[in-house]
Design a protein around this ligand. Structure first.
Ligand code: UT7
Length: 332
């Protein structure tokens, strides 16, 4: 009997309507379009502006797109995993809210936190459920409403992040398509360079923490950049080497969209030409757990059955990793 692999059989995505452009940011903080473009590659990001809307409101349309495309009864879904650092509430899990609202009444659901690497971690976890033979339909979501935790007076962070969600459906495959291998890493000593200071059990919310703006993303960009460049490039090269994949074997690099310079360094370490790299950072910015599935969403029509994809990410924790996926269907 052939080994069961977890194939991605559908992709859904959602970004809010509102576009926060570099020109608009120029009016909010001391920055300029030229600096943002050359240092990051970002031109605009999407922001969920409506009052009372949260990360689950980004996830639901992405999951509903999958249900529509596959003509799938939500009751058939076994599990929903939502990778996010901006859950609707600390608890219950955003995935519980999504499952309830899409009618996935037979699914168990939970959130997974690995910051920018969250989707990779969740994909690997979801794939293991399928490979075990116990579950047949797992939805993996990467979603963040980063605008909820960004200080729009801090030019070092507010230019980078945006809101968005992407989701994939995983189903068993016996022909070798799907998640073939993954390497996941973490190093908690990186916490000092990228974190949110308050709102957790270490420093619960108080008038003081709010006044000190400690519920926003804190990032020492230069340090994170140095670790990210090395981490993402090395793990991508490692997954290729251990699977005997050369640059010619790879159809696409699907990189976390944190900074165009980090993406370029990863592609260069893999000896990949730029036309094989998914880049949408210019229009969405860094949507944290949303970046990888939003790339798959944007490129789905161009993907062909048998394409080898390397997904790679680096983020808060530090967490990082790479995943080799053999694409299971023709986009058209
Ligand atoms: O996704 C999760 C993981 N995160 C990442 O991978 C992010 C990694 N880091 C980065 O992408 C980059 O470090 C940033 C884009 C955040 C910053 O770029 P940088 O090239 O590392 O800039 P920097 O922080 O070293 O700042 C260089 C200069 C500084 O001025 P001085 O001290 O040289 O006079 C900053 O104050 O640029 C200044 N600066 C800005 N200038 C205009 C910082 N932010 C801005 C800004 N506009 N928005």
């Amino acid at each position: 009997m052939n080994k069961i692999t977890a194939a991605i059989t559908a992709v859904g995505g959602y970004v809010p309507e509102y576009r926060l452009t570099n020109a608009e940011l120029e009016k909010m903080v001391e920055t300029n379009d030229e600096w943002i473009r050359t240092r990051t590659g970002i031109e605009e990001r999407r922001i969920l502006k409506e009052e009372g809307k949260a990360t689950s409101d980004l996830c639901i349309p992405a999951v509903e797109e999958i249900l529509r495309k596959k003509n799938l009864d939500p009751k058939e879904i076994d599990c929903i995993i939502c990778a996010t650092v901006t859950p609707d509430m600390v608890f219950p899990a955003t995935a519980n809210i999504v499952a309830y609202k899409v009618g996935a009444t037979n699914a168990f659901s939970y959130d997974l936190g690995a910051a920018c690497s969250g989707f990779l971690y969740a994909l690997s976890t979801g794939a293991a459920y399928i490979e075990s033979g116990r579950y047949k339909k797992v939805i993996v979501i990467g979603a963040d409403k980063m605008s909820a935790i960004i200080d729009y007076t801090d030019r070092a962070t507010c230019i980078i992040f945006g809101d968005g969600a992407g989701a994939v459906l995983l189903e068993p495959n016996s022909e070798g398509y799907g998640v073939k291998d993954s390497i996941l890493r973490s190093d908690g000593s990186g916490k000092d360079f990228l974190h949110m200071k308050a709102g957790g059990s270490l420093k619960p919310a108080s008038i003081e923490t709010v006044t000190a703006k400690e519920h926003y993303v804190y990032q020492e960009g230069k340090t994170v950049f140095k670790f990210a460049v090395v981490g993402m490039a090395e793990v991508s090269a490692e997954i290729m080497e251990r699977n005997n994949l050369g640059a010619d074997d790879i159809a696409w690099l699907v990189p976390h969209q944190a900074n165009l310079r980090i993406i370029d360094a990863t592609a260069s370490r893999m000896n990949l030409s730029k036309d094989k790299v998914m880049i949408n950072i210019q229009k969405y910015g860094n949507t944290t757990a949303g970046t990888l599935p939003l790339c798959l969403w944007d490129w789905e029509k161009q993907l062909k059955k048998g394409d080898n994809l390397i997904l790679a990410a680096f983020g808060g924790g530090f967490t990082w990793g790479a995943c080799w996926v053999k694409w299971a269907y023709d986009g058209k």
